[in-house]
Every structure is written in structure tokens, then in C-alpha cells.
Ligand binder design. Sequence first.
Ligand code: CU
Length: 274
Amino acid sequence: MRWINCCASGALARGLTPAPFDRTRRALMMHLAGCALALLGLFCLHAEAQADPPAPAAPAGSITGAVTLAGEAPKPKAMEITVDPAVCASVPHFEEDLVVGPDHGIANAVVSIPEASGGAPLRPQAEAKGVKVDQHGCRYEPHVVAFPAGTTVEIINSDGILHSVHTYSKLNPPVNLAQPGFKKMLRLKLNHPEVVHVTCDQHSWMSGWWFVAGNPYYAVTDHAGRFTIADVPPGKYRIEVWQERLGTMSKPVTVEAGRTTMVNFVMTLNDPGP
Ligand SMILES: [Cu+2]
């Protein structure tokens, strides 16, 4: 018991001169009691400090809405499959660069919050999650996938024929990797936020997009163009939508604690195509 020794030696150091045994013992006992009280006080202070809860963070908000097309949607165009038809023509092929669903909703657009504008700082990077992209019937499933930088994409070859994974990117090193039928999976890590186009040199119609986000605040629109970005810290931001054919548009948004903010985008097709 080091503290008893410490207190006892403290008592002696304070000039308790050798005295009859009971005097010394009483003085020592009183001093020990003082030490015990002081220690108790310290414990109490410590316990109080531990019991003190941290200041609660403001509850997050969320953003929800829809991305729609102004005017009539172009009719989906079927594609002619000329290579490996036994496998590639096993699923229907339509151009997927603009997929419009009910109520003009645009599927496969990516809504994100690229930056804060005077609001709460955004976490720079989300925890990387496993992302899978399958090559099935010589098309990418899903056609558009979004994930945070630092994620490793698993590229599956469920077709069992030769594909190649040819990426077009600026910040992440572009690759052109053959993936023969026996190679069921390739892994590719993407460390930098940007939009990456993925194609296949064997099947010219194959086209996919990987949206590498710089933070956890993004969502891919569903078949009806709807999206939700949850758990956004309250603050002012710029929210942006990207669509492979229509480009990008952005607008300011204010997220309030514990509330859902509605944001809708109406995109315009300037080039209706042939
Ligand atoms: Cu291919």
C-alpha cells in the first residue's frame, strides 16, 4: 500500500517528533484519515468526470427527392448483338445511357454532395464497402454503381467467356485487363473520387459507369428516379446530380437537424440523338 507509506512518511516529514506511542499513532491515524478523505474526493471527482456525458451531436438530417426528365423520353433502342451471340444474346440489350421510368424519373443518375458550403464539414471518406459488378449476358450489372474512394470493386465474369475490363479515368490509373472465361473475378481498387467509364474491347456495346465518391453522401436513383441521402450533418451544401448522357447540374441545399429536405432535379435532353 504505497499511499499509506506515502502518507506516513508525509506525517513524519511534517515534524512529528518522536513521542509516546499513542500520540504518534493518533497523529498518524488522523493524517491517514485525511489522506483517505482526499483520495475519496479524488475518486469522486474522477467518477463525476466519467459520468459527465459528452455534448450530444446535432442529429443528422436527410435529403430525398427525384431526378426527372423534362419532356418526353426517347424510346429505348435495342442493340444488335454480333459477337458471342450464344451468350451475349441470352438477355435483351437496350441502350442504357438514358433509362427513363414512371413519371419521367431517370434511373441510374448519381446524386451526391461534393462539398460543404459553409456548413458542417463532410467526412472525407466513408468506410469502403464491397462492391460487385457482374458481366452477365455481356452487359454490366449494375450499369451504374457508386462507392466511396478506397473501395475495391470485384468484377465478376458469370458469362464464362472472354471479357476485358477497360477503364477510362484521369485520377485512378486506367487499366485494360483481359478476363478469360475461367477467371471468375478481378479486383480493382479505386482510390480517387471521379467518374470512371468501363468498357469491354471484345463487346463494343458493353458500357458501365463507376461513380467514385469523395465522401459517404451519395445515392444512385432507382427505376423511378428517386433517391435518398441519409445521415447528413446539418449545414449548407451544394448537391449535384450526374447522369452519363445529360451531364451534371447542382443546386444549394440546407440540411436541418432531424429533418428531411426535399430536392428535385429536372434535367433536359439537349441532344435527342438520331
Ligand atoms: Cu465483354
